[in-house]
Design a binder for this molecule. Structure first.
Ligand SMILES: [Cu+2]
Length: 112
């Protein structure tokens, strides 16, 4: 009986820590906190740069922090200067977040 109780408690503990992890991850979506900046960068290829609109169209791999599969879409860019390194067919690595409802590139690296 003791063993069963211990096993149940262990299983429960596992579930609780998973729930806690999920909650942390969710918090990362909602804030501009540390958690998001630690998310892995995603590979992308620039398709189009619209400086006037401040938007860049990118064919991107899965965006884990946004639960978004690979696709081609437009993003806003947090630092306008990054657009200097974003030309059609340029390979980049980036992190996007939803800022005031707009998906925005918040971290950017050019791939050489
Ligand atoms: Cu997308």
């Amino acid at each position: 009986m003791k063993t069963l109780v211990a096993a149940t408690l262990l299983a429960l503990g596992g579930l609780l820590s998973q729930a806690a992890l999920a909650a942390d991850e969710h918090a990362g979506h909602m804030t501009m906190g540390k958690a998001a900046s630690e998310a892995p960068l995603t590979d992308g290829v620039v398709k189009k740069v619209d400086r006037a609109a401040g938007k860049v169209t990118i064919t991107h791999g899965p965006l884990i922090n946004l639960a978004m599969p690979a696709m081609t879409m437009a993003f806003r860019v947090k630092e306008a200067a990054w657009m200097d390194q974003m030309k059609a067919d340029a390979k980049i690595r980036f992190l996007a977040e939803s800022i005031n409802g707009s998906l925005t590139i918040v971290r950017f690296e050019a791939v050489k």
